[in-house]
Design a protein around this ligand. Structure first.
Ligand code: 5GP
Ligand code: ZN
Length: 135
């Protein structure tokens, strides 16, 4: 499979590893948004959050918090985004599930800004009901 993260996991592409266990690695992002930007990656290939099993997902977020704590201590950073992209429109460029841990600094260049869309309350109610019915 032509997957950059599988190649990293196989050792075909080098990486800066900060953590490894039976199920996950955490590596520095090669094109970091800020110093310490880390990716938590399951060893098994799942495309996105809809494919990954519950147990592995939970472990991934537990590791993400540990990495974030480690970044706090090692880089003395208190502001951190933990995020995860699913699908090209959501910014996913590597189709192997991964969690970003992004340290945030004063006046950095990281953005995910939006202009709020206007939705009337009837439509909001329909949306809420529709999501609720599919839970
Ligand atoms: P996505 O956009 O899919 O949420 O995130 C993919 C991330 O993988 C990007 O932040 C990108 O910088 C990172 N990345 C892409 N290629 C490599 C690579 O070869 N090595 C590492 N360590 N990170 C990579
Ligand atoms: Zn993969």
């Amino acid at each position: 499979m032509d997957c950059i993260f599988c190649k990293i996991l196989n050792g075909d592409i080098p990486s800066k590893k900060v953590f490894e266990n039976d199920n996950f690695i955490a590596i520095l992002d090669a094109f970091p948004a800020n110093e310490g930007h880390t990716l938590v990656i399951p060893k098994k290939h799942f495309t996105n959050i809809f494919e990954i099993d519950e147990e592995t997902l939970k472990e991934g977020y537990s590791i993400a918090r540990n990495v974030a704590n480690s970044i706090r201590k090692s880089l003395n950073i208190e502001n951190i985004n933990i995020l995860q992209n699913n699908g090209a429109l959501a910014g996913q460029t590597v189709n192997h599930f991964h969690i970003h841990i992004i340290p945030r600094l004063e006046n950095d260049t990281v953005t995910m800004k939006s202009i709020p869309v206007t939705i009337d309350s009837k439509k909001m109610e329909q949306i809420a009901l529709s999501i609720k019915d599919n839970m």
